[in-house]
Write a protein that binds this ligand. Structure first.
Ligand SMILES: [Zn+2]
Length: 309
């Protein structure tokens, strides 16, 4: 099931009881359906449950409509109010003539906060989609009606939402890309569990990003430590091989012993592991001295004639 279908299923499970809110849901279906005029109302949907819900809502409002299977293979279902008597009742209920050249939202059809929720939910069921939050954040409403969509945009804005408007293939699109807005909208429409899913996914993603950052950082440090230690260890190895190690002052011998005993520790950790108190910079100084001595010794060796080696 797509995330859109999950959200729609959750919205459909919500009971709308107050008569004003039921009428607002019906009005949302009318506005965002295929057509709504003197011929009546037609909503096409790929979701049979949405068509059945529309029928139930209209029934609750006292208007009879029918559900048809338009195309079984393409999964297109139709909810329609076509009977002239029912159409007349419907137009009167919404205070529309059905002859409007451009459909505008009649705000008289939204009387309480629940009405607004029901209207938006019906709009989403009729013409909305949401991208799977695993892939990104995008919720949109698509309609062929320009004035209606600009009215809807203003209505959403007046309730604190900030939809963006664009056109796609001649259709009007109102969309949201901010995850917080999408969460709020889902909650408003009655899809609280879906909103929670997005929030949890975000928390998980943040944690994972932070963990990755820490790991990357640590890995880089470990690599750096290993490379630096290797040079010192090679120098100590060389000095030992040349029998030079035991001729060195005791603090240098101790530093060499320490580094050989703990080849993988960082400088700070090595200083902490020392039995003799030594600072990080003091230890660094000694290890560098060992490296320099090995360098000097190597240079001296290669300067000697081959016969003397
Ligand atoms: Zn209401």
């Amino acid at each position: 099931m797509s995330f859109s279908q999950t959200v729609k299923k959750e919205i459909l499970a919500q009971a709308i009881a107050a008569p004003c809110c039921v009428a607002a849901a019906c009005y949302g279906i009318a506005c965002f359906g295929k057509y709504f005029d003197t011929r009546g109302l037609i909503l096409h949907t790929e979701n049979a449950q949405v068509a059945l819900w529309a029928k139930a809502m209209y029934k609750q409002a006292g208007i009879d409509g029918k559900v048809y299977v338009k195309s079984k293979s393409a999964h297109i279902y139709e909810f329609a109010v076509k009977d002239p008597f029912e159409v007349e009742k419907m137009l009167a209920m919404f205070d529309h003539t059905g002859e409007e050249t451009a459909l505008r939202i009649g705000h008289g059809n939204l009387s309480c906060g629940g009405c607004f929720s029901a209207f938006v939910a019906a709009a989403f069921l009729s013409c909305g989609t949401i991208v799977n939050p695993q892939k990104g954040y995008m919720l949109e409403f698509v309609s062929a009606r320009y004035s209606l969509m600009r009215d809807f945009e203003a209505l959403l804005q007046s309730h604190g939402f900030a939809p963006k408007y664009t056109t796609r293939n001649g259709a009007n699109v109102l969309y949201f890309k901010a995850s917080e807005q999408i969460e709020d909208l889902l909650t408003l429409m009655g899809a609280g569990a879906s909103a929670l899913e997005i929030m949890q996914l975000k928390v998980y993603r943040d944690l994972r990003n932070r963990a990755n950052r820490i790991t990357n950082c640590e890995t880089a440090n470990i690599d750096k430590t290993v490379a630096a230690n290797r040079e010192v260890l090679e120098a100590i190895q060389y000095l030992a091989g040349q029998g030079a190690l035991e001729t060195l002052p005791e603090p240098l011998q101790e530093a060499a012993r320490l580094r050989r005993a703990h080849p993988d520790l960082s400088l700070a950790e090595l200083a902490a592991a020392s039995l003799q108190p030594v600072s990080k910079s003091g230890l660094n100084h000694r290890l560098r001295k060992l490296k320099d001595m090995a360098e000097t010794l190597k240079e001296r060796q290669s300067a000697k004639p081959a016969s003397a080696r």
